[in-house]
Design a protein around this ligand. Structure first.
Ligand code: P6P
Length: 331
């Protein structure tokens, strides 16, 4: 796209306010704070090797995963900005066992679910990592927040997106009216529209999963991977295997080029590894808005009724035709 003029994320959101009234007020202020968090995390990620934020924090999170220093720093940035902004009543974070209640947010309308820094095993080796966010509206602002407000299905999301700290830093989001991507222009420290109205190809030639677990996958997935590797010139098979071990990096490449990402159930992760509230649901919202599909193998990811803050789900997500092929082979 030839860029005649720069459209910043703030300008884009204020333009959207005219078209979509609900994006007014506190939701756009939450986006402002997410942008600021992204810029602050980007700063630390870019200097990680120089300011002693690599390595382990020395504790593990509820997932039993060793917390990297940047995980904790990123989480603190999001929580502090949401506390200061007062537009969220609470935050569900991968890094916090329990709900983080925002002190100034008692009357706020929105709930934020985040994975503040996903792919953290890649931090020390300079591979792309990212932040994921999902935003819900509380169901009854005139009553105290209940479990029902927090554990809403993915279909109830009012917004979702991610920031990828890659060769460029990009913020990709949806409010249910398509998907748009903004690239951080370091010279002016603004996210500028670079990928308007992203649509993911109906089919692709990339499959992304950890084949080390292949023998533990459901038979339909094993059959699908074998099918991807068969020679069929007409259908451009064998497909290409691309897996970085960082959901956002794998998802972002497949979103733009076409492809499929799978994290099925395994012996070690009988419910899959990815968390429903702040990984599966936001990515499912984005991919559907871009014309793709996301399932747990049986039902649409966004139809899963959550029962726990940190529950996991198997996920098969990406180009529509590719996800449908896996569903067909799962029988
Ligand atoms: P495995 C990172 O920890 C993550 O949650 C995703 O970003 C990534 O796709 C996946 O786990 C990698 O998991 O088991 O293949 O190392």
């Amino acid at each position: 796209m030839k860029k005649n003029n720069i459209i910043t994320l703030n300008q884009f959101i204020s333009d959207q306010q005219n078209q979509f009234p609900f994006v007014k007020g506190s939701l756009s202020k939450i986006f402002r704070d997410i942008q600021l968090a992204a810029k602050m995390i980007n700063r630390d990620v870019r200097k990680a090797g120089l300011i002693d934020v690599l390595g382990n924090f020395g504790e593990t999170n509820i997932q039993g995963e060793e917390q990297k220093k940047l995980d904790v720093i990123s989480n603190d940035v999001f929580l502090k900005l949401m506390d200061f902004g007062g537009d969220c009543v609470c935050v569900v974070s991968e890094e916090n066992d329990d709900i983080h209640w925002c002190p100034n947010g008692a009357d706020a309308k929105y709930i934020l679910a985040i994975d503040p820094l996903d792919g953290s095993s890649n931090i020390d080796v300079n591979a792309s990592i990212g932040s994921i966010f999902s935003i819900y509206k509380r169901l009854s602002p005139d009553k105290p927040v209940s479990k029902e407000d927090i554990l809403q299905k993915g279909t109830a999301q009012v917004a979702a997106g991610y920031v990828i700290y890659g060769t460029a830093t990009m913020l990709v989001y949806t409010t249910g009216n398509g998907v748009n991507g903004f690239t951080l222009d370091d010279s002016i420290q603004e996210f500028c529209l670079s990928h308007p109205d992203i649509k993911t190809p109906e089919t692709g030639t990339i499959f992304s999963l950890n084949e080390g677990n292949l023998n533990e996958f459901p038979q339909g997935v094993i059959d699908y991977i074998a099918w991807c590797k068969e020679s069929n010139k007409e259908e451009q098979r064998p497909y290409s295997a691309r897996y970085i071990g960082s959901l956002i990096a794998d998802f972002h490449r497949n979103l733009l080029k076409g492809g499929i990402y799978l994290y099925p159930s395994t012996a070690k992760a009988p419910n899959g590894k990815l968390r429903l509230l702040y990984e599966c649901n936001p990515m499912a919202f984005l991919v559907e808005q871009a014309g793709g599909k996301a399932t747990n193998g049986s039902i649409r990811i966004m139809e899963i009724e959550p029962t726990d803050l940190h529950q996991r789900s198997p996920i098969i997500i990406g180009s529509n035709n590719m996800v449908n092929k896996v569903i067909e082979m799962l029988g």
